[in-house]
Design a protein around this ligand. Structure first.
Ligand SMILES: Nc1ncnc2c1ncn2[C@@H]1O[C@H](COP(=O)(O)OP(=O)(O)O)[C@@H](O)[C@H]1O
Ligand SMILES: [Mg+2]
Length: 247
């Protein structure tokens, strides 16, 4: 499909050699709906993969399958070469995979700190260190229900970090945030990679945010991978442009 542009990365490229996380030919059916159609992607240790696509293209379903909220209809999820497909989210959290949610649901009547205390713990960082890391150090004793939307997203990120993930899946952290709030989150995510060696899949459709955060992108359309490669190559790819401009 992309034979005409030799420099572009191939679409549907095979999962990367030595990938820490691999999604291998995953199909997910919801009744007659093929939400994911033979999706493959791979992320190396310390790499940030952006996952892009129009609404309904299957991004959250990919995150749900990797994090164990949904079992794949077929195909596999591999962590460090081990098949972890369909394992329960708490087991995957223990093995080093955790995720944030598109719509954070903290316990509103608990403080930010208490929201972390009730989460399963596994990492080496203290709750206080994690709150500092996500920029909530000064608001640890605030009730979660009284935090701004941006701070609730930071708290959801903190909640995921409490399990000490090696692989962090971030589902549309940026939606509804201001440019400044987005830039701050981008810096936090890059710090997690630089300082903790974290590996990430970041779902986002804000290209400016992905430019700051992602090393590579995989583009989904109607449940299928249509491109994997660099963000600038993606933005120049005819099939990707067609999907986003709706041509
Ligand atoms: N639990 C579910 N049951 C039925 N259909 C679902 C479910 N989750 C997602 N879908 C459908 O699967 C498709 C992909 O959804 P989703 O992964 O949420 O897309 P995205 O995150 O890219 O917007 C959509 O058509 C959506 O309506
Ligand atoms: Mg989604």
């Amino acid at each position: 499909m992309f034979a005409e542009s030799a420099s572009a990365a191939p679409s549907n490229e095979a999962p990367r050699a030595n990938a820490l996380l691999e999604v291998e030919g995953v199909t997910k059916l919801f009744g007659p709906l093929r939400a994911l159609d033979d999706v493959s992607l791979g992320v190396k240790q310390g790499e940030v993969l952006g996952l892009v696509g129009p609404n309904g293209s299957g991004k959250t379903t990919v995150i749900n399958v990797i994090s164990g909220l949904l079992a794949p209809t077929s195909g596999r999820v591999l962590l460090d070469g081990h098949d972890v497909s369909g394992k329960a989210p708490f087991r995957l959290a223990r093995r080093g995979i955790n995720r944030t949610f598109q719509i954070p649901k903290p316990f509103p009547a608990l403080t930010a700190r208490e929201n972390l205390e009730v989460a399963h713990h596994g990492g080496t960082l203290s709750d206080g260190e994690i709150l500092e890391l996500v920029g909530l150090g000064g608001r640890a004793e605030r009730l979660a229900g009284e935090l701004t939307a941006s701070d609730q997203k930071r708290l959801d990120l903190a909640r995921a970090l409490v399990t000490g993930p090696r692989v962090l899946l971030v589902d549309e952290l940026g939606a509804g945030l201001s440019k400044t709030e987005l830039d701050e989150l981008a810096v936090i995510l890059r710090r997690l990679v630089a300082e903790l060696g974290m590996t990430m899949v970041v779902v986002e459709h804000l290209m400016g945010f992905l430019e700051q955060v992602a090393d590579r992108v995989t583009v989904l359309n109607a449940g299928a991978v249509i491109f994997s490669g660099g963000l600038s190559e993606a933005l120049a790819d005819p099939a990707v442009i067609k999907v986003f401009i709706g041509g």
